[in-house]
Design a binder for this molecule. Sequence first.
Ligand SMILES: [Zn+2]
Length: 274
Amino acid sequence: MYMISLLVFVFGLTIGSFINCLVWRLHKKQTILGRSYCPNCKHQLAWFDNIPLVSYIFLRGKCRYCTKPISMQYPMVELIVGLLFAFAFYYHFQSVSPSFFWAKQFPTISFLSLIRDWFLISVMMIIFIYDLRWYLILDIVTLPSIIIVLLLNIIIGHLTADASANFYWQQLLISGIIGGGFFLLQFIISNGRWIGGGDIRLGLLMGVALGWPNILVALFLAYICGAVIGIGLILAGRKKWGSEIPFGIFLSVSTLVTLFFGNQILTWYLNILK
Ligand SMILES: [Zn+2]
Protein backbone atom coordinates (compact mmCIF):
# COMPACT_ATOMS: atom_id res chain seq x y z
CA MET A 1 0.00 0.00 0.00
CA TYR A 2 2.93 2.35 0.62
CA MET A 3 4.05 2.10 -2.96
CA ILE A 4 0.59 3.03 -4.21
CA SER A 5 0.36 5.86 -1.64
CA LEU A 6 3.57 7.29 -3.04
CA LEU A 7 2.17 7.21 -6.57
CA VAL A 8 -0.97 8.91 -5.28
CA PHE A 9 1.20 11.57 -3.62
CA VAL A 10 2.90 12.32 -6.96
CA PHE A 11 -0.51 12.42 -8.63
CA GLY A 12 -1.61 14.92 -5.94
CA LEU A 13 1.46 17.07 -6.63
CA THR A 14 0.47 17.42 -10.28
CA ILE A 15 -3.12 18.25 -9.33
CA GLY A 16 -1.73 20.86 -6.91
CA SER A 17 0.31 22.32 -9.74
CA PHE A 18 -2.80 22.37 -11.93
CA ILE A 19 -4.75 24.13 -9.12
CA ASN A 20 -2.10 26.88 -8.91
CA CYS A 21 -2.39 27.40 -12.63
CA LEU A 22 -6.21 27.27 -12.55
CA VAL A 23 -6.49 29.85 -9.74
CA TRP A 24 -4.21 32.23 -11.62
CA ARG A 25 -6.12 31.84 -14.85
CA LEU A 26 -9.50 32.21 -13.14
CA HIS A 27 -8.24 35.49 -11.74
CA LYS A 28 -6.89 36.69 -15.08
CA LYS A 29 -9.98 35.28 -16.84
CA GLN A 30 -7.80 33.27 -19.22
CA THR A 31 -8.54 29.88 -20.69
CA ILE A 32 -6.90 26.90 -19.04
CA LEU A 33 -5.40 25.90 -22.36
CA GLY A 34 -2.09 27.30 -23.54
CA ARG A 35 1.45 27.12 -22.21
CA SER A 36 2.46 28.24 -18.73
CA TYR A 37 4.50 31.40 -18.43
CA CYS A 38 6.24 33.44 -15.74
CA PRO A 39 3.76 36.02 -14.37
CA ASN A 40 6.59 38.57 -14.12
CA CYS A 41 8.61 38.38 -17.35
CA LYS A 42 5.93 36.47 -19.36
CA HIS A 43 8.61 34.08 -20.63
CA GLN A 44 7.11 30.73 -21.59
CA LEU A 45 8.12 27.93 -19.26
CA ALA A 46 9.77 24.78 -20.53
CA TRP A 47 8.44 21.45 -19.30
CA PHE A 48 11.41 21.10 -16.92
CA ASP A 49 10.55 24.47 -15.29
CA ASN A 50 7.15 23.10 -14.53
CA ILE A 51 7.71 19.89 -12.59
CA PRO A 52 5.80 20.18 -9.31
CA LEU A 53 8.02 20.81 -6.26
CA VAL A 54 11.17 19.56 -8.05
CA SER A 55 11.52 22.61 -10.29
CA TYR A 56 11.00 24.99 -7.37
CA ILE A 57 13.80 23.34 -5.40
CA PHE A 58 16.04 23.04 -8.45
CA LEU A 59 15.53 26.70 -9.44
CA ARG A 60 15.94 27.72 -5.76
CA GLY A 61 12.61 29.55 -5.89
CA LYS A 62 13.57 31.92 -8.72
CA CYS A 63 12.43 32.29 -12.33
CA ARG A 64 15.11 30.93 -14.70
CA TYR A 65 14.65 33.84 -17.10
CA CYS A 66 14.20 36.95 -14.93
CA THR A 67 15.38 35.59 -11.53
CA LYS A 68 12.32 37.07 -9.82
CA PRO A 69 11.42 34.97 -6.75
CA ILE A 70 8.55 32.54 -7.32
CA SER A 71 5.75 32.80 -4.73
CA MET A 72 5.94 30.23 -1.91
CA GLN A 73 2.29 29.58 -2.70
CA TYR A 74 3.23 27.30 -5.60
CA PRO A 75 5.31 24.65 -3.82
CA MET A 76 3.15 24.91 -0.66
CA VAL A 77 -0.09 24.20 -2.54
CA GLU A 78 1.53 21.33 -4.46
CA LEU A 79 2.88 19.75 -1.29
CA ILE A 80 -0.37 20.14 0.68
CA VAL A 81 -2.54 18.75 -2.13
CA GLY A 82 -0.08 15.85 -2.62
CA LEU A 83 -0.21 14.99 1.09
CA LEU A 84 -3.99 15.34 1.31
CA PHE A 85 -4.50 13.13 -1.76
CA ALA A 86 -2.29 10.44 -0.25
CA PHE A 87 -4.05 10.80 3.09
CA ALA A 88 -7.51 10.45 1.50
CA PHE A 89 -6.34 7.33 -0.30
CA TYR A 90 -4.96 5.84 2.89
CA TYR A 91 -8.15 6.83 4.74
CA HIS A 92 -10.43 4.89 2.41
CA PHE A 93 -8.19 1.97 1.48
CA GLN A 94 -6.08 1.23 4.57
CA SER A 95 -8.18 -1.80 5.44
CA VAL A 96 -8.16 -3.18 1.90
CA SER A 97 -5.50 -5.71 0.97
CA PRO A 98 -3.28 -4.73 -1.97
CA SER A 99 -4.23 -7.87 -3.88
CA PHE A 100 -7.66 -6.44 -4.66
CA PHE A 101 -6.00 -3.91 -6.95
CA TRP A 102 -4.61 -6.63 -9.12
CA ALA A 103 -7.84 -8.59 -8.93
CA LYS A 104 -9.61 -5.37 -9.98
CA GLN A 105 -12.22 -5.82 -7.28
CA PHE A 106 -12.76 -2.22 -6.31
CA PRO A 107 -15.07 -1.72 -3.37
CA THR A 108 -17.40 0.74 -5.11
CA ILE A 109 -18.30 2.84 -2.06
CA SER A 110 -14.64 3.38 -1.06
CA PHE A 111 -13.74 4.17 -4.64
CA LEU A 112 -16.53 6.73 -5.11
CA SER A 113 -15.80 8.26 -1.69
CA LEU A 114 -12.16 8.67 -2.67
CA ILE A 115 -13.09 10.40 -5.93
CA ARG A 116 -15.44 12.71 -4.03
CA ASP A 117 -12.77 13.53 -1.43
CA TRP A 118 -10.08 14.22 -4.05
CA PHE A 119 -12.54 16.47 -5.80
CA LEU A 120 -13.44 18.30 -2.57
CA ILE A 121 -9.76 18.72 -1.61
CA SER A 122 -9.14 20.38 -4.99
CA VAL A 123 -12.22 22.61 -4.82
CA MET A 124 -11.59 23.70 -1.22
CA MET A 125 -7.97 24.46 -2.07
CA ILE A 126 -9.08 26.73 -4.93
CA ILE A 127 -11.63 28.47 -2.68
CA PHE A 128 -9.02 28.90 0.07
CA ILE A 129 -6.37 30.50 -2.17
CA TYR A 130 -8.82 32.68 -4.05
CA ASP A 131 -10.59 33.97 -0.94
CA LEU A 132 -7.29 34.58 0.85
CA ARG A 133 -5.85 36.58 -2.04
CA TRP A 134 -8.87 38.31 -3.54
CA TYR A 135 -11.66 38.07 -0.90
CA LEU A 136 -14.01 36.31 -3.30
CA ILE A 137 -15.71 32.92 -3.59
CA LEU A 138 -16.38 32.30 -7.26
CA ASP A 139 -19.72 30.88 -8.42
CA ILE A 140 -17.97 29.25 -11.35
CA VAL A 141 -16.20 27.09 -8.74
CA THR A 142 -19.02 26.46 -6.24
CA LEU A 143 -22.06 25.93 -8.49
CA PRO A 144 -20.75 23.04 -10.66
CA SER A 145 -19.18 21.52 -7.53
CA ILE A 146 -22.55 21.47 -5.74
CA ILE A 147 -24.04 19.37 -8.58
CA ILE A 148 -21.06 16.99 -8.87
CA VAL A 149 -20.72 16.37 -5.12
CA LEU A 150 -24.48 16.02 -4.65
CA LEU A 151 -24.70 13.38 -7.39
CA LEU A 152 -21.72 11.45 -5.99
CA ASN A 153 -23.15 11.52 -2.48
CA ILE A 154 -26.61 10.44 -3.62
CA ILE A 155 -25.02 7.40 -5.28
CA ILE A 156 -22.86 6.69 -2.21
CA GLY A 157 -25.88 7.06 0.08
CA HIS A 158 -27.91 4.79 -2.16
CA LEU A 159 -25.19 2.10 -2.17
CA THR A 160 -24.81 2.36 1.60
CA ALA A 161 -28.56 1.68 1.84
CA ASP A 162 -28.60 2.74 5.48
CA ALA A 163 -31.22 5.39 6.24
CA SER A 164 -29.22 6.68 9.20
CA ALA A 165 -25.99 7.20 7.20
CA ASN A 166 -24.71 10.75 6.72
CA PHE A 167 -25.20 10.68 2.97
CA TYR A 168 -28.67 9.17 2.69
CA TRP A 169 -30.72 11.54 0.59
CA GLN A 170 -32.87 12.82 3.47
CA GLN A 171 -29.71 13.67 5.39
CA LEU A 172 -28.30 15.44 2.35
CA LEU A 173 -31.50 17.43 1.94
CA ILE A 174 -31.45 18.55 5.60
CA SER A 175 -27.75 19.44 5.59
CA GLY A 176 -28.03 21.27 2.26
CA ILE A 177 -30.86 23.40 3.61
CA ILE A 178 -28.97 24.08 6.84
CA GLY A 179 -25.66 24.89 5.10
CA GLY A 180 -27.21 27.23 2.55
CA GLY A 181 -29.96 28.57 4.83
CA PHE A 182 -27.55 29.45 7.64
CA PHE A 183 -25.75 31.96 5.42
CA LEU A 184 -28.87 33.04 3.54
CA LEU A 185 -30.41 34.06 6.86
CA GLN A 186 -27.35 36.13 7.81
CA PHE A 187 -27.36 37.64 4.34
CA ILE A 188 -31.00 38.73 4.68
CA ILE A 189 -30.67 40.00 8.29
CA SER A 190 -27.54 42.04 7.54
CA ASN A 191 -28.73 43.12 4.10
CA GLY A 192 -25.58 41.58 2.60
CA ARG A 193 -23.15 43.44 4.86
CA TRP A 194 -21.83 40.54 6.99
CA ILE A 195 -21.34 38.01 4.27
CA GLY A 196 -21.41 37.83 0.49
CA GLY A 197 -23.57 35.74 -1.78
CA GLY A 198 -20.58 33.44 -2.35
CA ASP A 199 -20.81 32.24 1.25
CA ILE A 200 -24.40 31.06 0.66
CA ARG A 201 -23.30 28.89 -2.27
CA LEU A 202 -20.31 27.60 -0.31
CA GLY A 203 -22.64 26.79 2.61
CA LEU A 204 -24.84 24.77 0.26
CA LEU A 205 -21.79 22.95 -1.13
CA MET A 206 -20.64 22.12 2.42
CA GLY A 207 -24.12 20.82 3.21
CA VAL A 208 -24.32 18.42 0.28
CA ALA A 209 -20.68 17.41 0.79
CA LEU A 210 -20.80 16.59 4.50
CA GLY A 211 -24.35 15.43 5.17
CA TRP A 212 -26.27 15.59 8.41
CA PRO A 213 -25.26 16.12 11.22
CA ASN A 214 -21.66 16.79 10.13
CA ILE A 215 -22.54 20.10 8.50
CA LEU A 216 -23.03 21.44 12.05
CA VAL A 217 -19.53 20.28 13.02
CA ALA A 218 -18.02 22.12 10.06
CA LEU A 219 -19.88 25.39 10.74
CA PHE A 220 -18.99 25.18 14.42
CA LEU A 221 -15.28 24.55 13.66
CA ALA A 222 -15.15 27.40 11.14
CA TYR A 223 -16.55 29.88 13.65
CA ILE A 224 -14.18 28.78 16.42
CA CYS A 225 -11.14 29.02 14.10
CA GLY A 226 -12.38 32.34 12.73
CA ALA A 227 -12.85 33.77 16.23
CA VAL A 228 -9.48 32.54 17.54
CA ILE A 229 -7.51 33.74 14.53
CA GLY A 230 -9.52 36.96 14.26
CA ILE A 231 -8.87 37.87 17.90
CA GLY A 232 -5.23 36.85 17.48
CA LEU A 233 -4.83 39.19 14.49
CA ILE A 234 -6.49 42.05 16.40
CA LEU A 235 -4.25 41.50 19.45
CA ALA A 236 -1.20 41.36 17.18
CA GLY A 237 -2.32 44.69 15.67
CA ARG A 238 -2.61 43.22 12.18
CA LYS A 239 -6.35 43.83 11.90
CA LYS A 240 -8.82 46.25 13.45
CA TRP A 241 -12.11 45.29 15.07
CA GLY A 242 -14.72 44.97 12.36
CA SER A 243 -12.24 44.79 9.48
CA GLU A 244 -12.91 42.21 6.82
CA ILE A 245 -11.54 38.70 7.16
CA PRO A 246 -12.20 36.30 4.25
CA PHE A 247 -14.40 33.73 5.95
CA GLY A 248 -14.13 31.28 3.05
CA ILE A 249 -10.65 30.28 4.22
CA PHE A 250 -12.07 28.96 7.51
CA LEU A 251 -15.04 27.30 5.81
CA SER A 252 -12.84 25.46 3.32
CA VAL A 253 -10.46 24.18 6.01
CA SER A 254 -13.29 23.16 8.35
CA THR A 255 -15.00 21.30 5.48
CA LEU A 256 -11.92 19.15 4.87
CA VAL A 257 -11.31 18.51 8.58
CA THR A 258 -14.96 17.49 9.01
CA LEU A 259 -14.87 15.34 5.87
CA PHE A 260 -12.28 13.05 7.50
CA PHE A 261 -12.77 13.58 11.23
CA GLY A 262 -16.38 14.80 11.53
CA ASN A 263 -17.65 11.63 13.20
CA GLN A 264 -14.81 11.53 15.74
CA ILE A 265 -15.27 15.22 16.60
CA LEU A 266 -19.00 14.69 17.03
CA THR A 267 -18.53 11.65 19.30
CA TRP A 268 -15.91 13.47 21.34
CA TYR A 269 -18.15 16.52 21.73
CA LEU A 270 -21.21 14.49 22.73
CA ASN A 271 -19.11 12.67 25.34
CA ILE A 272 -18.12 15.98 26.92
CA LEU A 273 -21.77 16.98 27.19
CA LYS A 274 -22.65 13.77 29.04
ZN1 LIG B 1 10.35 35.37 -15.10
